[in-house]
Design a protein around this ligand. Structure first.
Ligand SMILES: [Zn+2]
Length: 61
């Protein structure tokens, strides 16, 4: 009787990685949340993809 359930508030199934703070832009490659706010212009990459891109650029050959 005392159980209260939000119908739409907790409808997500993958909400475990959400942290308190400003909304972060999603990685354009894998969709993971990045360190950049959503207001960031251009391509946003998560730390993992950013690292991979940097390594890929370094190994151009
Ligand atoms: Zn990524």
């Amino acid at each position: 009787m005392d159980e209260k359930r939000g119908d739409a508030a907790y409808g997500g199934t993958t909400a475990d990685a959400v942290e308190a703070g400003p909304p972060f832009a999603g990685c354009v490659l894998c969709g993971e949340p990045t360190e950049y706010p959503e207001s960031t212009k251009g391509i946003t990459l998560c730390p993992v993809c950013e690292w991979r891109e940097a390594e890929r650029t370094a190994c151009s050959g």
